[in-house]
Ligand binder design. Structure first.
Ligand code: SAM
Length: 131
């Protein structure tokens, strides 16, 4: 099955879900890093990042994704961010799963004020992501 987001580069979330996420970011003062687990084409990611119009004061953004959702997924994310006026170099991309990066993130003392879990929706992987 061809995922629509691989062609449209749009979000896989509904408009209501995206609005709820944007409201959450705008209504709170979140300064520590933000993490999206599972980004598809980066359709939601670019909207979350653009909730902070000034790149100079924007929190750091991280993404965890195996980037095997569809061919050229990472290149599509990069293109998508660029088209939304976002420098992809400002986002830290961790290729893999939280299982791979949890230890390193803890070791480096990285704190996240916001984590959007939208990777593998099965029970166990979500539990790992929550951890
Ligand atoms: C539902 S899509 C994400 C949609 C995206 N958040 C959006 O709003 O458009 C799921 C994504 O999770 C990624 N993925 C699958 N298993 C994962 C895992 N264990 N950890 C992180 N990402 C995972 C897939 O590669 C895919 O990009």
């Amino acid at each position: 099955m061809v995922r629509a987001s691989s062609q449209t580069l749009g979000s896989e979330c509904s408009a209501n879900e995206r609005q709820a996420l944007a409201d959450l970011l705008r209504e709170n003062t979140l300064s520590a890093a933000h993490l999206e687990i599972g980004t598809a084409a980066g359709g939601t990611l670019k909207e979350l990042i653009n909730c902070y119009p000034d790149p100079a004061t924007r929190p750091d953004f991280y993404v965890i994704d195996p980037f095997t959702y569809y061919p050229d997924q990472f290149a599509k994310v990069v293109r998508n961010l660029r088209s939304a006026g976002i420098d992809p170099e400002t986002v830290t991309f961790w290729e893999g799963t939280t299982h791979t990066y949890l230890k390193a993130a803890r070791h480096d003392g990285i704190r996240f004020d916001f984590v959007f879990i939208d990777g593998d929706h099965r029970h166990y992987p979500v539990l790992v992501d929550l951890q």
